[in-house]
Design a protein around this ligand. Structure first.
Ligand code: CAA
Length: 287
């Protein structure tokens, strides 16, 4: 199977920017599409800032950063992705938004062998696949935050995914992006979130009920179980809006009360306390 050289990323938020950065550092030609010129420019700034941090920490040389930036281009015109061999969607975790991206992508992509991946955390991959005229070429590739650090990608074949598209997605993730994969079922939450989300929501309920303070919950899990960060710090990293959307999709699928977003989480999202990205969540962050 020839390597993928022309890669596309739709959406340049936390996840899309991390995916684009990793791909460019691994030598791929990457086009990143956002919905407006302003968001495309903000996406470029996000990737550039992350590469600069890599240089400051001595992880990358200035030349590595410059080569990666030269391989990246940013656009608000989805049509620019026409010649891509592999495209991943990493837009907001909202079904209608993702469906629309898949419908549009289907119209612009010209390579019959192109693979369309989704980084959804919780929306059924098959729903996105059947929104296109090429359901056999659609697969889930679920990355973890921060993408440059976390080694795992969940690979999720939908009922419609062909063996060829699945093989291509696996080899792209492992050989080209240098990640490790597990295969996960096309059920809301896949493997990791099915275990992680009820735990995170239980931590919110513990704080909501006044039973424990956020810093005690987090220190408990960091020092007692050697987790790199406690559940409330992790929610702040993931983004409370994203966590709420994932919990709601999982609840919608299973009607399992442990997956229901607690009122405190919902109110914090309504207040714009989304975690690190908004400067405030369970903790306060510098701008
Ligand atoms: N880009 C590149 N490297 C980064 C980075 C980034 N954005 N953030 C951190 N790093 C690197 C640092 O350079 C550092 O590397 P070295 O050890 O080689 O120097 C290392 O990661 C550790 O970073 P820090 O010292 O700054 O901070 P830390 O030790 O507190 O680690 C962390 C930060 C990597 C985020 C760590 O706390 C961690 O792994 N936390 C758990 C994250 C997690 O569980 N993610 C999954 C979320 S669930 C999800 O994403 C899926 C979903 O659908 C919701």
């Amino acid at each position: 199977m020839p390597d993928i050289s022309r890669f596309g990323v739709i959406g340049c938020g936390l996840m899309g920017s991390g995916i684009a950065e990793v791909a460019a550092l691994r030598g791929l030609d990457v086009i990143v599409a956002e919905s407006t010129p302003e968001l495309a420019a903000a996406g470029r700034d996000r990737v550039a800032a992350s590469l600069d941090r890599g240089v400051l920490r001595g992880k990358l040389t200035g030349a590595d950063r410059d080569r990666a930036l030269a391989r990246l281009s940013f656009t608000h015109d989805l049509g620019k992705l026409a010649d891509r061999q592999f495209v991943i969607e990493a837009v907001a975790e909202r079904r209608e938004v993702k469906l629309e991206v898949f419908r549009q992508l289907d119209k612009v992509l010209t390579d019959p062998d192109v693979v369309l991946a989704t980084n959804t955390s919780s929306i059924p991959v098959v729903d996105l696949a059947v929104a296109t005229g090429r359901a056999s070429r659609v697969v889930g590739l679920h990355f973890f935050n921060p993408v440059p650090v976390q080694k795992l990608i969940e690979v999720i074949p939908a009922l419609t995914t062909s063996a060829d598209a699945l093989d291509r997605a696996r080899s792209f993730a492992t050989e080209q992006l240098g990640k490790e994969v597990i295969q996960a079922p096309d059920r809301s939450g896949f493997v990791v979130n099915a275990l992680l989300v009820p735990y995170l929501l239980a931590a919110v309920r513990m704080v909501e009920s006044g039973a424990a303070r956020p810093e005690d919950v987090d220190r408990g899990m960091e020092l007692g179980c050697a987790h790199p960060m406690g559940p409330l710090r992790l929610l702040d990293l993931i983004g409370l809006d994203t966590a709420q959307a994932v919990a709601e999709s999982m609840y919608e699928e299973f009607k399992e009360p442990l997956y229901a977003a607690p009122p405190l989480l919902q109110r914090m999202v309504a207040a714009g306390h989304l975690g690190r990205k908004s400067g405030r969540g369970f903790y306060a962050y510098d701008a």
